[in-house]
Design a binder for this molecule. Structure first.
Ligand code: G1P
Length: 290
């Protein structure tokens, strides 16, 4: 079965980017000139997703507006013959059906994913986290996972090694190599301390899950940080189904951290033909003075 549905949880407060996120959703902060969530949506489109559910909360209306048709703006750009700007304003909204659901209380990532139960409608689906932007110009990260799902018919998590010093920031896997980049999971711990971490292989914001995850989420109690954790529901899922992990190929930016956000901004600007040369000169001058 092909994966055509994806869920992007976007209900969090974004406290790490205050004061910017007081009135602007963190998902709308731009990397160069594109809101971060649009990079995720473009990855979904490039991976064959046709229906997307964005889980929002109070104060996130800018996300809803961003994926809506901006009729007045488009009319002005069309009248003035500004085709390139028109293309940018239209963005991806013509290429994918974007739906929204509100998470009324912020009870954690697991609780947000549970809001997608009726959207999934008993089908397997993808979860994409907005804090993880992954660049792979040949095969998008999510596409790599959906291909594995099609072969295995089982849930697959996108993972990479993060080094032991970073294990306390992620869902960390206990797993054994099946073949090549594929691992079979034995367990998973949310944000363990170094001494409790089973490995340094971390779930990095891309999941393909079978609908059985919803029963598991309904039974999941509050875990790390007092939140209902997707990680804990995945551990429950492993009791009844095999769950795999795939060490995806691509450069991943943790744009939920300021360092990661800055790194993405610099790298993405350097990839842009219209900005590269002048920006590279600026960087060289700046670096020479460090
Ligand atoms: C979430 C998940 C965690 C995962 C991480 C990836 O944590 O709970 O398992 O490793 O995303 O970015 P958060 O960063 O939302 O605290």
């Amino acid at each position: 079965m092909k994966i055509t549905k994806a869920v992007i949880p976007a209900a969090g407060f974004g406290t790490r980017f205050l004061p910017a996120t007081k009135a602007v959703p963190k998902e709308m902060l731009p990397i160069v000139d594109k809101p971060t969530i649009q990079y995720i949506v473009e990855e979904a489109v490039a991976s064959g997703i046709t229906d997307l559910l964005i889980i929002t909360s109070r104060g996130k209306d800018a996300i809803v507006n961003h994926f809506d048709k901006a009729a007045e703006l488009e009319a002005v750009l069309e009248r003035d013959g500004k085709e390139e700007l028109l293309r940018l304003a239209r963005g991806v909204s013509d290429k994918i059906n974007v739906h929204f659901a509100r998470q009324k209380e912020q009870k954690g990532l697991g609780h947000a994913v549970l809001c997608a139960k009726s959207f999934a409608g008993g089908e397997p689906f993808a979860v994409m986290l907005g804090d993880d932007v992954v660049v792979n110009d040949e095969k998008p990260c999510l596409k790599q996972l959906t291909e594995q799902y099609e072969k295995l018919g089982a849930s697959v998590l996108g993972v990479q090694r993060v080094g032991m010093k970073n294990v306390n920031k992620y869902g960390i896997l206990d797993c054994e190599r099946e073949n090549g980049r594929l691992y079979k999971m034995r367990g998973m711990v949310e944000k363990p301390s170094v001494d409790k971490a089973p490995s340094d292989i971390a779930a990095l914001g891309r999941y393909v899950l079978t609908p059985a995850i919803f029963d598991c989420l309904e039974k999941t109690e509050k875990g790390a940080g007092g939140e209902i954790q997707l990680t804990d529901a995945i551990v429950k899922l492993m009791e009844t189904e095999p769950v795999y992990a795939y060490d995806f190929e691509g450069t991943r930016y943790d744009i939920g951290s300021k360092q990661g956000f800055l790194a993405a901004t610099v790298d993405f600007a350097l990839k842009r033909e219209d900005l590269r040369d002048e920006f590279a000169e600026f960087l060289k001058r700046t670096a020479a003075n460090l």
